[in-house]
Design a protein around this ligand. Structure first.
Ligand SMILES: Nc1ncnc2c1ncn2[C@@H]1O[C@H](COP(=O)(O)OP(=O)(O)OP(=O)(O)O)[C@@H](O)[C@H]1O
Length: 303
C-alpha cells in the first residue's frame, strides 16, 4: 500500500509543531523517520492516523483511512508504549483487538509466540517493563497483518537481543511487500534496518531519500584515492569544485564526492588508481550534519 501525506500541519498554542509535511511511503521498503527531540515525529504519525486534528491529508492507496472497509487490515500502529489496560491480560487485550478486526484466536496465539510473550500471555501487563510493554504494542499492531506498519520508537527499552530480533522482523515484514514506517533515535540501528529515511527538523521535512544517498550526501563522506601523482589529482579536484587534501605520500582525500566521481577524476589525469576507498559517514554523522541547525533542545559543551 502506498501512503501519501500532503501538507500535514499542526499548531499547539503559538507553536507550529508540524508544518507542511509531505512524503510518500512505498511498499516493500522500511522507511525510517528521524528527527531531533520535539521535531514533530509523533505529531506527524498521529496526524497520519487521524488521532490528532490538523492540516493536510493522508491517503492510503488513494483513500482516506475512514473510507477503508477494515482499517486495521490497512494499518497497524504502535505509538504509545503503554496503550493497554494494566489489569487486562495480554491475551484478553489481543482478543479484543482481534474481534474488532476480524482476526481469529489462532492468530492471537501465533502473534504471542512471535513477539515472545507466550509465557506471560495470561498475566496483566500493568507491571511489565518498558521492553515487555513494547512487545505488547507490537503484537497489537501486527495482529491483523496490516499492509502498513507504523511504529513510534519501538526499540525503546529493548535489550540488544530484542533490538536485533525487532530489526530482523521489521526488515522481513517490509521486504515481504508491506509498507513499514518506524521512528527511532537509534541511528546505527536505523542504518542497519532502513532502506529509506524521512528526516524532519522543527516540524519540516529536511530529507526524504534512500539511506545510501542520505549518507553519501553528508559533508563528512570522503573518498580516499592512492595514485603516483597526487598533485594532478588535487588540481583536477579543484577544477571540479571539490574539496581535496593530500594524505601520506600517495593519498588524496576528496570530500563530498562519490567513488565513481573520484575514479573519473583520476582517469582524467591519465594514471592508474592504486586504491580507491569510500570512507562513508555513518547515518548518525549525516543526521547530525543535517540537523545541527534544527536542534530544538541542545545540551551544553561537554568539558
Ligand atoms: N499535546 C501537546 N501539547 C502541546 N505541545 C505539544 C503537544 N504534543 C507535542 N507538542 C509539541 O510539539 C512539538 C513536536 O512534538 P513531537 O512529540 O511530535 O516531537 P517528536 O519528534 O516525536 O519528539 P521526540 O523525539 O522527543 O519524541 C514539540 O515541541 C512538543 O513540545
Amino acid at each position: 500500500m502506498i501512503v501519501t501525506t500532503a501538507g500535514l500541519g499542526r499548531t499547539y498554542g503559538r507553536k507550529r509543531a508540524v508544518d507542511d509535511v509531505s512524503f510518500t511511503l512505498r511498499p516493500g521498503r522500511l522507511t525510517g523517520f528521524l528527527g531531533p527531540n520535539g521535531s514533530g515525529k509523533s505529531t506527524t504519525m498521529r496526524l497520519m492516523l487521524g488521532l490528532d486534528r490538523g492540516d493536510g491529508r493522508t491517503e492510503w492507496d488513494g483513500q482516506q483511512l475512514r473510507d477503508l472497509a477494515i482499517p486495521a487490515r490497512a494499518v497497524g500502529a504502535h505509538l504509545d508504549a503503554k496503550a493497554f489496560h494494566p489489569k487486562r491480560t495480554v491475551r484478553r487485550h489481543l482478543m479484543m483487538h482481534a474481534a474488532a478486526s476480524g482476526v481469529g484466536a489462532r492468530r492471537v496465539a501465533e502473534v504471542l509466540d512471535l513477539v515472545g510473550l507466550g509465557s506471560v500471555a495470561d498475566d496483566s501487563p500493568g507491571g511489565f517493563s518498558l521492553g515487555m510493554a513494547q512487545r505488547v504494542g507490537l503484537a497489537t499492531a501486527i495482529l491483523a497483518e496490516p499492509d502498513v506498519l507504523m511504529l513510534d520508537e519501538p526499540s525503546n527499552g529493548l535489550d540488544p537481543q530484542s533490538i536485533q530480533w525487532l530489526r530482523e522482523f521489521l526488515r522481513a515484514y517490509a521486504h515481504a511487500g508491506h509498507t513499514v514506517f518506524v521512528s527511532s533515535h537509534l541511528l546505527p540501528e536505523m542504518q542497519l534496518m532502513a532502506d529509506h529515511v524521512v528526516v524532519i527538523g522543527r516540524g519540516t521535512v529536511l530529507a526524504d531519500q534512500s539511506v545510501a544517498d542520505f549518507v553519501d550526501r553528508s559533508a563528512s563522506s570522503q573518498v580516499l584515492v592512492r595514485v603516483a601523482d597526487t598533485t594532478a589529482v588535487l588540481s583536477a579536484a579543484t577544477r571540479a569544485g571539490l574539496s581535496a587534501v593530500s594524505e601520506g605520500p600517495d593519498g588524496v582525500v576528496v570530500t563530498g564526492a562519490s567513488t565513481e566521481q573520484v575514479g573519473l577524476l583520476v582517469h582524467e589525469t591519465g594514471q592508474p588508481v592504486r586504491e580507491l576507498v569510500a570512507r562513508n559517514a555513518s547515518l548518525e554523522q549525516a543526521f547530525i550534519d543535517l540537523t545541527r541547525d534544527a536542534q530544538e533542545y541542545t545540551g551544553g559543551e561537554v568539558a
